[in-house]
Ligand binder design. Structure first.
Ligand SMILES: [Zn+2]
Ligand SMILES: [Zn+2]
Length: 257
């Protein structure tokens, strides 16, 4: 197994899927799927089932990708939705650990806990202004609950503004819709007009998912409970909102729907 010749580093908060797509392009593979077949060929040779490439579940896949892309295994893992395990795996559930070495074991997020909370592996949403700054997919665009770019104070977009098709991560990295070739950098920006509590909830979700820590805001004290417990409460609230959609909820709460 050799290393790809071009192997630029991860960009800030870049998802693994995004990095692999960029690497395929930089190394002259016409499509990401040629690189993918190379990866899967190796997996099948080992007699394993294919591993979800944006969210690998096996140590061998990380080791293979580490050699292929000249990356540390820890950096590859940090770019996957597995880092959301702290938030998404309920407190009463025994977390499955992926053992990279005796001292390095990390939680694995299965589909069971990702479903409904994260966009599917291939699906993407994006901020047009972030994309204009740099063309790659950010891991913090994966959680369904994060609906706003805090840097640009605008809503994230998950459908093409021309044809309305659901966007894939590959569309976002290429910056063009694969159905109608619309330039996603030109997508109209939808400003997020939120009150202070609405912004607080988005900041909180961002800190929970991306940093695994509580967001400190002295105006809104949250109970000192683990993040996965607080997130469950939030999910319950969201369910109530979906059950009673016609009720007049404050904007700050409606943002979860
Ligand atoms: Zn942005
Ligand atoms: Zn389109």
């Amino acid at each position: 197994m050799s290393t790809l010749l071009g192997h630029p580093p991860f960009l800030p908060d870049e998802s693994l899927f995004s990095r692999l797509i960029r690497l395929a392009r930089i190394n002259g593979y016409d499509t990401f799927y040629i690189l993918l077949s190379l990866i899967y060929e190796e997996t099948i040779k080992r007699g394993d089932k294919t591993d979800p490439i944006g969210r690998p579940m096996r140590r061998e896949t990380y080791e293979f990708l580490s050699t292929l892309t000249y990356s540390e295994v820890a950096d590859l893992y940090s770019a996957t939705p597995h880092i959301f395990s702290t938030v998404l795996i309920p407190p009463d559930y025994q977390t499955q650990l992926l053992e990279f070495s005796e001292k390095f074991r990390m939680p694995v997020l299965g589909l069971k806990h990702a479903h409904g909370h994260l966009l599917p592996d291939n699906a993407g949403q994006f901020c047009p202004m972030c994309l204009e700054e740099s063309s790659y997919h950010r891991l913090n665009w994966k959680p369904v609950g994060i609906s706003v770019c805090l840097k640009h104070q605008c809503f994230l977009i998950n459908k093409c503004y021309i044809c309305g098709n659901a966007l894939k991560v590959a569309d976002i990295v290429s910056t063009f819709c694969s159905s109608c070739e619309a330039n996603l950098k030109l997508c109209p920006v939808k400003p997020a007009m939120m009150d202070a509590f609405g912004l607080f909830t988005q900041h909180t979700l961002y800190e929970w998912f991306m940093r695994g820590t509580a967001y400190s805001e002295e105006n809104y004290q949250l109970p000192k409970e683990p993040i996965n417990v607080l997130y469950r409460v939030l999910t319950g609230l969201r369910l109530i909102l979906l059950t009673f959609p016609t009720a007049e909820w404050p904007d700050a709460i409606s943002i979860f729907v």
